[in-house]
Design a protein around this ligand. Structure first.
Ligand SMILES: Cc1cc2nc3c(=O)[nH]c(=O)nc-3n(C[C@H](O)[C@H](O)[C@H](O)COP(=O)(O)O)c2cc1C
Length: 208
């Protein structure tokens, strides 16, 4: 009995440290990739299963998921990943989207928008990123893109999308080992170095 209990505690500790490690891993935004690497199809399925199985409010299909590995399409998307006003010279800098696997969340078919859509996409993308690091990959989120152009571009390949919004993108893949996480590269060539945004301090109120 004693041994069984000990084993249980030990196992629980391993699980707890794993999820914490994964949470830490998805914080830095990976900005360079071994662009020639291909993620095996069963791993892509694993990540997309996780991203689409996590709950949405009333289990409505509030988003669609674009699962992109085609390098030409990724290149096209990369071109529109910049701040519309581009005060911070973000054009061709959001290289997190140049990953081996690019996930793009779009709205619909269920017509949620704004905050309700954002909540669902947040839960889904976070789960997808955790699944990605569990498989040994790096991740990079991207909100900084011209959404209507992203939608037009995607519609060119998949036909009319059910909704108008494109809330988020997430790159997952194998980093380029020649660079640091925050080095912005295009196909192995260094283009910029990004500073970290540092750490945050989320208040936790423990009520007992
Ligand atoms: C929802 C979400 C959207 C993000 N969008 C962008 C983005 O558009 N551009 C960007 O450079 N980083 C983006 N990031 C990455 C974060 O800025 C990054 O994870 C955070 O700053 C920590 O990494 P750092 O230490 O490299 O700064 C996003 C992260 C999240 C969670």
């Amino acid at each position: 009995m004693q041994t069984k209990q000990k084993r249980h505690v030990y196992k629980r500790e391993i699980i707890m440290s794993k999820i914490l490690d994964y949470a830490n891993e998805i914080v830095p935004c990976q900005r360079n990739w071994d662009e020639s690497y291909q993620i095996p199809e069963e791993e892509i399925k694993y990540i997309t299963d996780v991203a689409t199985i996590v709950p949405t409010k009333q289990q409505k299909s509030v988003f669609s998921l674009m699962v992109i590995t085609n390098r030409q399409i990724i290149n096209e998307i990369f071109e529109i990943c910049y701040e519309k006003t581009d005060k911070f010279m973000t054009f061709k800098k959001n290289s997190q989207v140049r990953a081996n696997l690019l996930l793009v969340w779009t709205s619909g078919p269920h017509p949620y928008s704004g905050q309700s859509l954002g909540l669902a996409v947040g839960i889904s993308s976070s789960a997808a990123a955790l699944a990605g690091v569990e498989l040994g990959y790096k991740t990079g989120f991207c909100k900084c893109f011209v959404a209507p152009r992203a939608r037009d571009l995607l519609e060119k390949y998949v036909g009319k999308l059910p909704g108008k919004e494109v809330p988020l993108m997430l790159g997952i893949g194998k980093p380029d080992e020649n660079f640091d996480t925050r080095d912005v590269t295009i196909d192995g060539v260094l283009k910029a170095k990004k500073e970290t945004n540092g750490t945050k301090n989320i208040p936790i109120h423990r009520l007992t």
